[in-house]
Design a binder for this molecule. Structure first.
Ligand code: PLP
Length: 392
């Protein structure tokens, strides 16, 4: 007989990396409820409710608002594979890892890639997008709203105006921002956007909520060629989420239960209250880090509340500190990516993980670890500064 192994018993972690974030027990409970069939009338109601909740969180009236079966990257691939046809000029803004990933996917779909490159750790300047669009007939501008690799928040309104003035559609990556800071799909006239469940929605990884405007649906309807991916072909998938309920692939039932519950928790808390909570915890963390002599990578005004890229102090061993946080405090934070590998830590305060308890725990743990490694830190100063940010 083959080995049976022991019953699964993963450790309890404080998840303060770039995702996944901690999951509310109500979401875990929803996932453990009985399965129904993916065409069961009860499930069709659950699908409709999930779409309704997803529209509330995206702040959109877009009919085509569904969760794609797959993680955040599947939403990225869905948007680009459905909206880019061979020969289409596509402007992709690149100031971090996820902009690079979009650029890669545009090429795989035989789009004509026009890259707008920006400094990593800074937002993209609207003028750069304007310059790229000038004298062309670009079909699409793709940009990351919350660049998880650098902790930069991208202002969207000006770029949206420029994009539409030039007759293009706007595609936004809201994987990290959705549920943690304002994402205004209708207000900012975003034509296609995608998110992921495991960041500020605090649901396990596995679904990618997306939304297409009527302009995006028109572009999809007018395609001359079939969508090159069968699984991600929204001209077929929409018939399952629409009135027809035509089988395309079996919906991941338990994940949709989880998303529905996660979205319910968000709507209960209220979007504005949730954004304020993320902001407050971010400001407390930044104050605590400053008291330890550490600073964030992006300048003030361009920082995300849910993903804090912290410059690692000179001479401190990145991997060793993260390993110690994990083994001694059961706490996960992320390392740097690309040019920031070994240079920054990425501290997530996403969804359920964005709490005062976690901020204080992380600051205390980091202070203890750094002090033991001979970094001169004033003991207690970080938590004191964070407490002051909370109002005492
Ligand atoms: C996490 C992330 C993705 C990819 O999502 P996966 O769930 O890892 O596939 C895409 N874009 C951004 C900005 C992200 O943070």
């Amino acid at each position: 007989m083959g080995k049976v192994f022991s019953e699964l018993n993963p450790p309890r972690r404080v998840l303060m990396g770039p995702g996944p974030s901690n999951v509310h027990p109500r979401v875990l409970k929803a996932m453990a409820t009985p399965l129904v069939g993916h065409l069961d009338p009860e499930f069709l109601t659950i699908m409709n409710e999930t779409q309704d909740l997803q529209r509330q969180v995206f702040r959109t009236k877009n009919r085509f608002t569904i969760p794609v079966s797959g993680t955040g990257s599947s939403g990225m691939e869905t948007c680009l594979t459905n909206l880019v046809e061979e020969g289409d000029e596509v402007v992709v803004c690149v100031n971090g890892v996820f902009g690079m990933r979009m650029a890669d996917i545009v090429g795989r779909n035989r789009g004509v890639l026009i890259k707008v490159e920006g400094e990593w750790g800074r937002a993209i300047a609207p003028e750069a997008v304007e310059k790229a669009l000038k004298g062309r007939k670009a079909k699409l501008v793709a940009i990351v709203h919350a660049e998880t690799s650098t902790g930069v928040r991208q202002p969207m309104e000006e770029i949206s105006r420029i994009t539409h003035d030039n007759g293009a559609l706007l595609l936004a990556d809201t994987v990290t921002s959705l549920g943690g800071c304002a994402v205004e799909v209708d207000g900012w006239e975003i034509d296609a956007c995608y998110s992921g469940t495991q960041k500020c929605l605090s649901v396990p990884p596995g679904l990618s909520p997306i939304s297409f405007s009527s302009r995006a649906m028109k572009k999809l309807d007018k395609r001359k060629s079939k969508v090159p991916s069968w699984y991600l072909d929204m001209t077929m998938v929409r018939n399952y989420w629409g009135k027809e309920r035509t089988y395309h692939h079996t919906a991941p039932i338990s994940m949709i239960y989880a998303l529905r519950e996660g979205l319910r928790i968000i709507v209960e808390e209220g979007l504005e209250a949730r954004f304020a909570r993320h902001d407050l915890n971010h400001r407390a963390l930044a104050a605590g880090l400053a008291a330890m002599g550490m600073e964030l990578l992006p300048p003030e005004g361009e920082r995300l509340p849910m993903l804090n890229a912290v410059k690692i102090p000179e001479g401190v061993d990145d991997a060793a500190v993260r390993a110690q946080l994990l083994s001694e405090f059961s706490m996960e934070i992320g390392g740097g990516l690309g040019e920031f590998k070994g240079k920054v830590w990425r501290v997530g305060l996403m969804g359920e993980s964005s709490t005062r308890t976690n901020v204080v725990l992380f600051l205390s743990a980091l202070e203890q670890i750094l002090a033991a490694r001979g970094v001169s830190v004033k003991r207690g100063a970080a938590v004191e500064a964070a407490s002051a940010a909370y109002g005492g």
